[in-house]
Design a binder for this molecule. Structure first.
Ligand code: DHA
Length: 126
C-alpha cells in the first residue's frame, strides 16, 4: 500500500512533492524546509525548530509521532551551525535518539540553513 500524506500543520509543498508518503507502516517525509507561517525564520536555532515542528505536525496528523522516528537525515549549509542544530534537535526526543545522518550541502531551496527529512513508524493500531 502506498499513500500520499498531507498535513495542515506543515507548510504547503513548494514543488512537486507530497508532505510524506506512507508505505505499509512506515512514513517517509519529504525534506522539511524551516517554513513557519509562510516565512523562514532567522538563524539555525529557529530554523531547526521550524523544520522539526513541521515534521512533528506531519507525523501526528498521520498516526505517528517523533517518538516513532526510525531515521533522520539533516541537510545543513554551514557546519559552524552544527552544535546549535544538534542541541535544538535533541530537545525533541525524550527516549533516545533516532538514527541520523547529517550532511553538509552548498545550498538549499529558499536559501534555508537546514532541511530535515525522516522515516517514521506508524503507531500500533494505525
Ligand atoms: C523542499 C523540498 N523537499 C523539495 O523541493 O524537494
Amino acid at each position: 500500500m502506498l499513500k500520499r500524506l498531507t498535513s495542515k500543520k506543515a507548510p504547503k509543498a513548494i514543488g512537486a512533492y507530497s508532505a510524506a508518503t506512507q508505505v505499509n507502516n512506515l512514513i517517509y517525509t519529504s525534506g522539511q524546509l524551516p517554513i513557519k507561517e509562510g516565512v523562514i525564520p532567522q538563524g539555525i536555532i529557529e530554523q531547526t525548530k521550524a523544520s522539526m515542528d513541521n515534521i512533528q505536525g506531519i507525523l501526528t496528523d498521520n498516526g505517528s509521532s517523533v517518538d516513532y522516528i526510525v531515521k533522520t537525515t539533516a541537510y545543513i549549509t554551514d557546519f559552524a551551525d552544527f552544535a546549535d542544530f544538534d542541541k535544538t534537535y535533541q530537545a525533541y526526543f525524550k527516549e533516545g535518539f533516532p538514527s541520523r545522518t547529517a550532511v553538509l550541502v552548498s545550498k538549499l531551496p529558499k536559501d534555508a540553513l537546514i532541511e530535515i527529512e525522516v522515516i517514521a513508524k506508524m503507531k500500533e493500531g494505525n
